[in-house]
Design a protein around this ligand. Structure first.
Ligand code: DGJ
Length: 698
């Protein structure tokens, strides 16, 4: 079936993905209205649905059905997706259809204002191999002289079928507690999910999943959307008293304007959506597959086992200390050694030096090249921490360019972590950032950058600029451009996205990075919940997860090394402990566990993930890949000392047998599915198990 179909008689577009359909129609007033998002429909069925006139409104409530991008104007009272003001003060839009075109699964519906020179295009893109539909909007000022003020321009609005009992699943958190999954009834109100921080944020992630209250992990209808944007954003979920449920979202938070210059076009980020009948698990798997096939720059490359110095040394970074850590890391089988904060300028604490990106001469008298060479000699790749968007006021950079930071006349420059944000929307600041990064990578043979950003925007002004609010968008675009240029100039370079832990994890940053630093909280018990939330949208291969020291620096919790490894092995494994304090026994056990991870890495990093719920406090993840099914199970505590019941697996062939790679025990698929896998859990709290099952050819 073709991806895109247009029925001229009904002015109906039907988009098809492998197992879903999406339909919109043009009404008599040239408004593009939603018809269907859900299970597959034939053109005739979509046509039948399009013929249904939505319930007539009263004099207080206009009828007509939800719009794909609601504007202001006329009898519209819900949250607008597009708000513009023309130079003469007129607000709102009245549409005239201006045609459509399509190629390669990409549909463009063009709409003009009936009077003013405004062209809006609704973009839809579908793929052969994914049920994810990508949507975005472009707004063009076709005037030759006058600007148009854009007060809001969302990427898309999404609409659910009319039902009762909808729930919304979303991610909340903070520093050290990112990606907490919340599930709540959709209230009859406008509910705003947003970041006003200039970054995606730890506090809310631009991902939602809606279900009618009956979906579970492996069953039920789920509609899920995710915004591909790494700056401020806003999604407004609206359930009206008549039960209509829609949400509109895009970049920027409320109150920001963009002056669209004559001839200028504003393009929003992609707001992607997926529908599944397979519950939250299938929604997650659909996202994971989409991220691998259509977002990540290098999806097929195994993420290396990395070592990061942060928890071991903090800011106390020097050549001797890092060399000692590198030697131990190499013994463990680490493949990438990353030197974190503290290597440059006067950066001996978080008070000074940010912005002065040359090696600290006291700590690295010979520069960084000898360390980079030693790491490479040890057979590892060399990575370095950077924070290109930030500056300490106590730095040579700030003394030379105090005007380069976000600031406003007559306002304080609020410091957070003793730092300010550089305005990378400025071409000179962006050029400076690109140039030093490019040189740094070149001169030190750097294979990997951990790109951090440790504070949100405040006083986000741009004195002297006629349209200062645009920095909220241009800054993020500039970060993207610098990353894209660096990657183009250095094809071997890999980048980790970090913002004080997981403050910048989204589909936009993942289009130019390889993994995300999930959280500064490396406590394995807390991590189970963080990783559960993260996995709703992101695949395991991008989930940076370190094994650190016990007791944990954030929670003081003591846990066995094996438990810490088993939790971190569910993602892109890293080690972040102070290896100089690990005993020979611990180093030996760690080396064995790293080797085991490499054995299961294809399943974890390329496999299909199933979140498995066990008995009591037991949770687990299963990764199905080719003939393998790898289980990582965690049991932080054993209430009443009860032994957890066998863990029921999923996605196995009931007619096949599976051999446990470590014990040789053979299980029948049917038994694993129906009764479960008895887990080899050690006694006591913080117990964990790893089981690698291989399907046996009968
Ligand atoms: C925040 C990051 O999340 C940490 O891993 C570490 O890189 C520090 N910043 C360094 O300042």
């Amino acid at each position: 079936m073709p991806h895109l179909l247009f029925e001229p008689a009904q002015r109906l577009w039907l988009l098809s993905t492998p197992s879903t359909s999406y339909a919109v129609r043009l009404d008599a007033d040239d408004n593009v209205r939603h018809v269907h998002w859900g299970g597959a429909l034939t053109p005739a069925q979509a046509g039948e649905l399009a013929e249904r006139t939505p319930a007539a409104g009263s004099s207080f409530d206009a009828a007509g059905g939800a719009e794909e991008l609601a504007v202001e104007g006329g009898a519209r009272f819900g949250p607008p997706s597009l708000q513009v003001r023309f130079a003469d003060g007129t607000r709102g839009v009245e549409w005239r259809y201006a045609g459509h075109d399509a190629d390669d699964g990409h549909l463009r519906i063009h709409l003009d204002d009936r009077h003013y020179p405004l062209r809006v295009t609704l973009h839809y893109r579908v793929h052969d191999d994914s049920d994810v539909i990508e949507r975005w909007t472009t707004v063009e000022n076709r005037d030759e002289q006058l600007p148009i003020t854009v007060q809001r321009c969302d990427s898309a609005a999404w609409t659910l079928p009319h039902r009762t009992g909808y729930r919304v699943s979303h991610l909340v958190g903070g520093w050290n507690s990112e990606f907490q999954l919340r599930r709540a009834e959709v209230v009859t109100a406008e509910t705003v999910f947003t970041s006003r921080r200039g970054m995606t944020s730890h506090h809310a992630n631009p991902w939602l999943a809606l279900d009618d209250g009956t979906a579970g992990e492996e069953h039920g209808e789920v509609w899920s959307t995710a915004l591909a944007w790494s700056g401020s954003w806003r999604i407004t979920l609206h359930r009206d008293p008549a039960g209509r449920t829609t949400w509109t979202g895009g970049h920027g938070h409320e109150g920001l304007t963009w002056s669209l210059a004559p001839g200028e076009t504003l393009t929003t980020p992609v707001f992607a959506g997926v529908f599944t009948t397979g519950g939250f698990g299938a929604a997650g798997r659909a996202w994971h597959a989409y991220v691998r096939r259509h977002v990540l720059p290098e999806p097929g490359e195994p993420r290396p086992v990395l070592y990061n110095s942060w928890e071991a040394t903090g800011f106390d970074v020097d050549e001797a200390g890092q060399t000692a850590l590198a030697a131990r890391a190499a013994r463990l089988g680490v493949e990438l050694f990353v030197v974190d904060d503290g290597w440059f300028g006067g950066r001996v604490s978080d008070h000074a030096g940010l912005g002065d990106w040359t090696p600290n001469p006291d700590r690295f008298p010979r520069g960084l090249r000898p360390l980079s060479a030693e790491v490479h000699r040890l057979g590892m790749r060399f990575g370095l921490w950077v924070e290109p968007e930030m500056v300490n006021p106590d730095s040579d950079l700030y003394r030379a360019h105090p005007d380069w930071v976000l600031h406003m006349a007559h306002r304080d420059r609020t410091e957070m972590r003793h730092q300010l944000v550089l305005n990378l929307a400025r071409p000179d600041t962006a050029a400076w950032a690109h140039d030093w990064l490019d040189r740094l990578v070149d001169e030190h043979d750097i294979d990997f950058l951990k790109w951090d950003a440790n504070r949100p925007f405040t006083e986000a002004g741009w004195p002297g600029h006629a349209d200062p609010d645009r920095l909220w968008i241009e800054h993020t675009r500039s970060v993207y451009q610098i990353m894209d240029r660096l990657r183009a100039n250095h094809p071997g370079l890999r980048i980790e996205a970090c913002a004080g832990g997981g403050g910048r994890a989204d589909l936009g940053i993942l289009a130019r990075t390889d993994q995300v630093w999930t959280s500064d909280n490396t406590d394995p018990v807390d991590r189970i919940a963080i990783q559960h939330g993260f996995s709703q949208l992101f695949p395991a291969q991008v989930m940076g997860a370190w094994v650190t020291d016990s007791p944990n620096v954030a929670t003081a919790r003591e846990t066995p090394l094996r438990f810490r490894f088993h939790v971190a092995m569910a993602g892109a494994l890293g080690i972040g402990g102070d290896l100089t304090t690990w005993s020979e026994d611990e180093l030996k056990e760690a080396a064995e566990l790293v080797a085991t991870y490499k054995r299961i890495r294809p399943a974890v990093q390329y496999g299909t993930a199933y979140r498995l719920t066990g008995d009591g406090a037991l949770t687990a993840v299963g990764y199905a890949h080719e003939d393998q099914f790898v289980v990582l199970a965690w049991c932080p505590s054993r209430p009443y000392g009860h032994e957890p019941a066998p863990l029921r697996l999923t996605a196995l062939d009931p007619d096949s047998s599976y051999r446990d790679q470590d014990t040789g025990t053979v299980h029948s698929g049917a038994v694993l599915l129906r009764s479960g896998l008895p887990l080899p859990l050690p006694e006591g709290d913080h117990a964990s198990a790893l089981v690698q099952l291989i399907r046996i050819e009968d």
